[in-house]
Design a protein. Structure first.
Length: 432
């Protein structure tokens, strides 16, 4: 990247008690969802963050988010699903916090050298996560990284070690953890509503990217050295974070993966192919799980599949007293109800306030709020680098198991004893 900046406006200088100055690296498709969360945070009166700098490979992509009427026209959301964060509409920071106009950069290293930020939100492609994070940590900045933590477990270990060595906060933007349904399900399990967890099952075949669309209109997702893996990583870190959060540590994974579509395409409104990318990664996986606490489980996923999608009707967690079917608690004694409604009625007020400060429900807002609070209080985030590293190792255990054709312990992947699938990635990035 060539170094260049645009006028910083009110971004320079931060009083000791002022808002956290955040630098965003990457004008990614997920950026509007993060900005929507920041606006929700500020609208709720939780005024602790200002975006002080925006950095993108092309300067105009950063400028596009600075101020209404400035820069190129906004991109349309990449997803047509209103519940998908990739469907969030474009936002300008001048509409989010008009008192601070961020600097614009096309080189994160210049942004760090200019010392205009206290923390960095990494939205760059996955293959750059460890490079941006390590540079930010070396400059003394706290870091929040869009999931997955890194392109390989070795890269993730490097990030976690650097953060621990410098006493800085590194978190993963695993917004699923902050979703109301996840919060309520975790409370239901902790409260013993279904007893001791025994069995997990979840899965789905096909979605809006099926059968062969370029996922999220981002070709790098289909390149092994840039993405790490396909659905097993992109979707897997979300999935395994949720599963671990509700059931407990996953000890072992036994999996198969495949690439159903060797080429991914973009089509115009008439259906004509206008772009092609060779697909180097998995687009379907099936995994059996063994939990440290004795439970077992199975999960599967694909963003391929011709014809039409098939979806398991919500994840299911069975326990010794009942089950969670999607968002519903069903007990043997006849109790039945949505977990969120039971949480609202039965959870202590202090717990409800702690999980949803200011009445916030937007998971991106809650995640940004907790990032700022973790920095202020000198503690790890719920979705710390260590948690993100375990999610990543579990997801890579799917690919490693399929590569070595045997069950793989998550601990083997976490410490690098099993890394046959990742060897090419680590060699490319100088991590071997």
């Amino acid at each position: 990247m060539a170094a260049a900046t645009a006028a910083a406006g009110g971004a320079s200088g931060k009083a000791a008690s002022g808002p956290l100055r955040l630098g965003i690296v990457g004008a990614a498709r997920i950026l509007p969802a993060h900005l929507r969360g920041l606006k929700a945070l500020l609208d709720a009166g939780l005024d602790g963050i200002r975006v002080a700098a925006l950095c993108a490979r092309r300067l105009e992509d950063a400028v596009a988010f600075r101020r209404r009427g400035e820069g190129p026209p906004p991109r349309a959301p990449v997803s047509a699903n209103p519940d998908d964060p990739l469907g969030a509409p474009h936002l300008w920071l001048s509409d989010v916090h008009p008192d601070t106009l961020p600097a614009a950069y096309d080189d994160w290293r210049r942004m760090l050298a200019d010392d205009v930020v206290d923390a960095v939100l990494v939205l760059a492609p996955v293959g750059l996560h460890h490079r941006v994070a390590l540079d930010a940590l070396a400059a003394g900045k706290h870091v929040l990284i869009e999931k997955p933590l890194a392109v390989s477990v070795a890269a993730g270990r490097a990030i976690a070690a650097a953060a621990a060595g410098r006493g800085l906060v590194v978190g993963v933007a695993e917004v699923l953890r902050y979703a109301e349904a996840t919060r309520a399900a975790r409370w239901a399990v902790e409260a013993g509503l279904i007893g001791e967890p025994q069995l997990w099952v979840s899965g789905g075949i096909g979605n809006e990217w099926s059968p062969d669309r370029i996922v999220a209109d981002t070709p790098w997702r289909h390149r092994k050295r840039e993405a790490g893996g396909g659905g097993a990583i992109d979707v897997g870190v979300h999935l395994f974070h949720l599963v671990r959060h509700l059931v407990g540590p996953i000890a072992e994974v036994s999996a198969y993966v495949t690439t159903m579509e060797p080429e991914r395409v973009r089509r115009d409104a008439a259906g004509a192919v206008v772009a092609r990318v060779r697909n180097e990664v998995d687009d379907a996986f099936f995994a059996n799980l063994r939990f440290a606490g004795g439970a077992i489980g199975t999960t599967f996923w694909s963003w391929a599949g011709r014809g039409e999608p098939v979806a398991f009707p919500g994840p299911a967690l069975y326990g010794t007293a009942g089950c969670l079917k999607g968002d519903e608690v069903v007990r043997d004694d006849g109790l039945r109800g949505r977990a969120a409604e039971l949480f609202a009625r039965q959870a202590p007020p202090a717990r409800r306030h702690a999980l949803f400060p200011g009445g916030l429900r937007d998971p991106f807002a809650l995640q940004l709020h907790e990032f700022a609070r973790a920095i202020a209080e000198g503690r790890p985030m719920e979705t710390s680098a260590e948690e993100g590293l375990i999610d990543l190792a579990t997801a890579f255990a799917v690919l490693e198991s399929a590569t070595v054709n045997r069950p793989v312990a998550v601990a083997e992947v976490l410490d690098g004893r099993v890394a046959a699938y990742q060897a090419e990635i680590d060699a490319h990035h100088g991590l071997a």
